[in-house]
Design a protein around this ligand. Structure first.
Ligand SMILES: C[S@@+](CC[C@H](N)C(=O)[O-])C[C@H]1O[C@@H](n2cnc3c(N)ncnc32)[C@H](O)[C@@H]1O
Length: 861
């Protein structure tokens, strides 16, 4: 097969190299391997005929895959070098001589499999190539039908063309299962595809025309194009898969619009053309010029003429009407009483259309207006009424919007008092509102709302029927089951995700403070408590600790007084030490009310985490420590227990667990706890508060959003969790805050993780043990009398040197042994000591190749 030289290099893909490596004569071998992998026909065959077999890679695959002592016969126009276990000869598969030779080789046998990979010499005309390939396929099929055993398999290559469908049809007549496939090794750019035809039906007699290319690929006359359908049912688009029509190589067709006026078959024109144009060409078309100037040739008509392929039924009708009018004006004769029986296809195709265009028997045409039937009339009236109603509604809505707009302007200009706004809630009339003040007043709950206490409608207990109760019970059980499943899911998630764990802890802590809203009572501590529960700002452990006011008071007492600098809590003081606040004056200054103070008052959580833990929580932590670090129990932080069971945990307890106190964060060193602002949003808010960009009052006001107090009674937890993710105000984030948080997280990430620290501790311990041993040995040496002082010194120096190097022995290298040959069987290969690794020849060669390449590259550098 000739290969174009230009593309020769691009064709050398992985299969080419693999074929070379494996010793196959052509990369085509992999096509057969992959086909066989999918359909396993080779293993089952005892006799195979390979048509067009040169250079013989398919024969090689067949020989190594088929059972031993199978009969494999290969034929090709080109000579095939001998292949073990195969019989090959040179001939043209389309000839009778070839058939006779195969018969001679097979004798009485029948083939289980006929494979064909023939390709005529490509490179000339593609259409011609495809055709001869298809002819070759038919020839091979002919041989297959003669030599295949019943239920045998025929595998053939086919080039995709319009004839391949015909071939497929023929295959399906002769085989019970026909599948088309393209193995991965077949290039995508190639039009070749493979048919695997299984279950040869072995018909006793066959019409010779069946395998005759002249009949098999004979053209079936195309059905006439139905232009009427295109014009009157343009919405029903039929896909055109056949490609270009014979002799029509362009896809765009246009004619002067005057031709459309003159034509006797306007429907055909509209159905087949793309455009009607008004362009003057050559000597000038008077009819076209006149048509162009006609007032009937409206802008709409012109637009429709631009692209006939996109027109709908309505537009086609418009063009046909325009044509009739133009014909009238140009003096074409019209016959009003056209013979209804001679109506052209246009009338029939229009079907239900009320007004259609018809052509008279004599070729003159008339516009017939079919009478509208009752139902159509009715529908039209209904549609008309609907349209007018919609129009009225739209008008009303527009008016309402205008009124609203006016009200807003008046409000902005201070011409309206806020109390008047309520009226607007139910539209300008105020009657349609869901929350009409009148209803609220009637119910007598207005005053309660003013006081800020939410009204919960307590319905009197109703007597329910037993059926309902049962349903309720089932519902409750399901609900409970769902809840428990959700709980389990949450736990599993927490196990995996530390963030989720922290969130849960926060939720629990804040949950205790979650009281029903009772309006503003003006108490500052209330605000303080709320602030301390501000979710995002505190870490989980901290939240576990700070719960109610009583605790807070107790904790405040226990906290060292020096932490309350400048009226700020320790937490707030260290918070304001961050870079983001460093250019602000007056933070923490005594005497004056600083920005920081305002921040603290604003409800942002800048309060220090209480340094207390309940005894239970501490015990739990200790148990955890014990499990993780049994050897460090002694080093655990001191825990002093108060009479009332509250323990004062010494700070830096956690760091002491890890040995060095040097790595304590600076804020801890100064006896201040860490600030746990972990989101950029919170940081932005804190900054804005601190710089006075917003006040506490504004912050509170801003928090009054639609999300503030949602009625969550009776809603399942999973639902609330999911809602909570999205139902919150999106606050802006400043670039500085984002940067500050990023830096903070980076610092956090830089801290060695527990495992690393454990490893370090183990290493330190090993070194200590080694030193201890060394010490003992040197003491023994020093005390002994046999050696001179000099020898003693040199021995001790040697010991020191070995101890310094470390006692860890170098691992012996793993020997790589090639599988096969001597090392075929199981067990340790001969003459190999120590660890070894069996590799196949391929891998070993690859490794060597890689080494060589690396060496070469090194040399180049
Ligand atoms: C793609 S090669 C076949 C490769 C083969 N399957 C292999 O694995 O080595 C196509 C072969 O079809 C052969 N061929 C084309 N027309 C033929 C014909 N009429 N009779 C026999 N062989 C033909 C060509 O000589 C060419 O060697």
């Amino acid at each position: 097969m000739a290969i174009q030289k230009k593309n020769a290099k691009a064709r050398l893909d992985k299969y080419y190299y693999l074929a070379k490596e494996k010793g196959y004569r052509a990369r085509a071998a992999f096509k057969l391997i992959q086909l066989n992998k999918k359909y396993s026909f080779l293993q089952r065959s005892k006799c195979l005929i390979d048509l067009c077999a040169a250079p013989g890679s398919w024969l090689q695959v067949a020989a190594e895959t088929m059972p031993v002592k199978s009969l494999i016969v290969g034929v090709d126009l080109a000579p095939i070098k001998p292949i073990p276990k195969t019989i090959t000869f040179q001939d043209d598969i389309t000839t009778d001589r070839c058939r006779a030779t195969i018969r001679g080789h097979l004798k009485t046998w029948k083939a289980d499999c006929v494979i064909h990979d023939g390709a005529p010499n490509v490179g000339t005309a593609w259409v011609q190539d495809a055709f001869s390939q298809n002819e070759l396929v038919l020839s091979s099929l002919k041989l297959a039908t003669e030599f295949l055993a019943p239920n045998g398999t025929f595998v053939t290559k086919v080039f995709r063309s319009k004839d391949s469908a015909k071939l497929e049809w023929i295959f399906k007549q002769l085989f019970s299962k026909v599948e088309q496939t393209k193995p991965p090794s077949s290039r995508n750019v190639s039009a070749e595809t493979f048919y695997v035809c299984q279950g040869f039906k072995a018909p006793k007699q066959m019409d010779p025309r069946f395998l005759d290319p002249r009949h098999a690929f004979a053209e079936v006359e195309e059905a006439a194009v139905n232009n009427e359908a295109r014009v009157f049912n343009p919405e029903k688009k039929k896909r055109k898969r056949d490609g270009y029509e014979e002799g029509d190589w362009t896809q765009f067709h246009e004619v002067p619009a005057s031709e459309f006026i003159q034509t006797q078959d306007p429907i055909k024109m509209l159905g087949s053309l793309n455009k009607l144009h008004f362009r003057q060409e050559g000597n000038g078309d008077i009819a076209l010029a006149a048509l162009d100037k006609l007032p009937e040739t409206t802008e709409e008509v012109r637009i429709c003429c631009q692209d006939l392929k996109v027109l709908g039924r309505k537009e086609f009708k418009l063009l046909l009407r325009w044509r009739l009018k133009a014909r009238d004006l140009f003096g074409f004769r019209q016959k009003k009483d056209a013979n209804p029986t001679a109506d052209s296809a246009a009338t029939t195709a229009a079907g239900t259309a009320n007004d259609t265009v018809a052509e008279g028997a004599a070729g003159e045409e008339v516009a017939t207006l079919a009478p509208m039937d009752e139902e159509m009339k009715l529908q039209e009236e209904i549609q008309h009424m609907k349209d007018s109603q919609d129009k009225v509604k739209r008008k009303q809505r527009r008016r309402e919007n205008e009124l609203k707009q006016k009200e807003i302007v008046r409000m902005q200009m201070g011409m309206m008092v806020p109390t008047e706004i309520g009226i607007e809630a139910g539209g300008p009339a105020g009657d349609e509102g869901t929350f009409r003040l009148r209803d609220v007043d009637k119910a007598g709950i207005g005053r309660q709302i003013v006081r800020g206490r939410m009204h919960t409608a307590v319905e009197p207990e109703k007597k329910v029927e037993s059926e309902d109760e049962e349903e309720d019970e089932v519902g409750d059980a399901l609900e409970a089951q769902l809840d428990s499943m959700y709980g389990q899911y949450q736990e599993r998630r927490e196990d995996r995700d530390a963030k989720a764990k922290a969130k849960r802890a926060r939720k629990q802590a804040s949950g205790e403070n979650d009281e029903e809203f009772e309006g503003f009572d003006g108490k500052e501590d209330g605000a303080e408590t709320d602030a301390s529960s501000d979710a995002d700002l505190v870490e989980d452990e901290d939240d576990d600790l700070a719960t109610d006011e009583e605790d807070a008071a107790l904790l405040n007492e226990l906290r060292p007084k020096d932490q309350m600098k400048g009226g700020l809590s320790g937490r707030a003081a260290s918070f304001f030490q961050q870079d983001i606040f460093k250019d602000l004056g007056g933070v923490g200054d005594d005497g004056e009310e600083s920005e920081a103070e305002r921040a603290r008052d604003s409800g942002l959580d800048v309060d220090s985490p209480p340094l207390k833990a309940t005894a239970a929580a501490e015990e739990e932590e200790d148990v955890e420590e014990e499990e993780a670090e049994p050897m460090e129990i002694d080093e655990a932080s001191e825990v002093s227990e108060d009479d009332d069971g509250i323990e004062d945990v010494q700070e830096a307890e956690e760091d002491e667990d890890w040995g060095s106190g040097d790595e304590k964060p600076s804020t801890e060193k100064e006896g201040r706890p860490n600030i746990d602002i972990i989101t950029a949003e919170a940081m932005t808010l804190a900054h804005a508060l601190a710089t006075g960009k917003i006040t506490k009052q504004q912050l509170e006001d801003d928090n009054w959003t639609k999300y503030s107090h949602r009625d969550t009674d009776g809603l399942p937890e999973w639902f609330l969790d999911d809602e909570g993710k999205h139902s919150k105000t999106q606050r802006p984030v400043s670039a500085e805050a984002a940067k500050a948080i990023k830096e903070k997280l980076r610092a956090l990430n830089a801290r060695p993780i527990k495992k690393v620290r454990e490893a370090k501790a183990r290493k330190t311990m090993r070194t200590a043990r080694r030193l201890e041993k060394l010490k003992k040995k040197s003491e023994g040496l020093a005390e002994g009398d046999e050696l001179s002082e000099k020898d003693k010194a040199s021995n001790i120096a040697k010991l020191m040197a070995t101890a310094k190097k470390g006692t860890r022995k170098k691992k012996p290298p793993v020997k790589v042994v090639r599988a096969g040959g001597q090392n075929k069987g199981a067990g340790r290969p001969k003459g190999v000591k120590g660890k070894y690794k069996m590799v196949d020849a391929r891998l070993k060669k690859d490794v060597r190749g890689e080494k060589r390449a690396a060496k070469r590259n090194k040399g180049k550098k």
